[in-house]
Ligand binder design. Structure first.
Ligand SMILES: [Zn+2]
Length: 185
């Protein structure tokens, strides 16, 4: 048990090209009995990567921590060349392999934005069709069920008469009938 105390404060550093790597033992290794040795490595104070070997914490040594740290490699992001972790491809099977965290976030954000725009376009087409059929309003209501998840119910109306809209919402079994947004077509 004499080796455990200093490991709390152990901090290893390494410069790897443009990357400054700092390794510390993950808090869970100390908090959970039987969790085993795991380190968390920070890259340039930002991106984090954890790696463990399940060796018992009770007998862990600084040399074992160093050996884990030595296994952590970096490579240039395949998009922007900034240093990023060379993550184990078997552990992380994504389309973003080899990209830094910023490029991954950028890619996810533009994918979500494209999805949102696609949704808006589809809704605009539906509204135009509804208007052509003689409807005057589009209603997006939140259906609140006694049991089960809330969901959005979209429909067209030929007036903005609140009582009749609330009746249509009630017919879906919603316990709340005034949680809706109405828009003129
Ligand atoms: Zn990048």
């Amino acid at each position: 048990m004499t080796t455990q105390r200093p490991l709390h404060d152990l901090r290893l550093e390494r410069i790897d090209g443009d990357a400054k790597l700092v390794a510390m033992i993950s808090p869970c290794s100390f908090m959970y009995p039987g969790y085993g040795l795991q380190i968390t490595v920070t890259l340039n104070g930002d991106d984090k990567h954890s790696l463990g070997d399940r060796k018992p914490m009770e007998s862990a040594t600084e040399a074992e921590v160093q050996a884990l740290f030595d296994r952590v490699k970096t490579l240039p992001c395949k998009k922007c060349q900034a240093p990023t972790f060379d993550r184990n491809p078997a552990a992380i099977q994504t389309d973003y392999e080899g990209q830094c965290r910023k490029c991954i976030n950028d890619a996810i954000n533009s994918m979500m934005e494209a999805e949102r725009q696609r949704f808006e376009r589809e809704l605009a087409v539906l509204k135009a069709e509804g208007k052509a059929k003689g409807f005057t309003h589009h209603v997006a209501a939140v259906i609140h069920l006694h049991h089960g998840d809330d969901y959005i119910y979209d429909f067209f109306t030929i007036s903005d008469d609140a009582p009749s809209i609330e009746r249509m919402i009630a017919k879906r079994g919603s316990v709340v009938t005034n949680d809706y947004r109405i828009e003129q077509l």
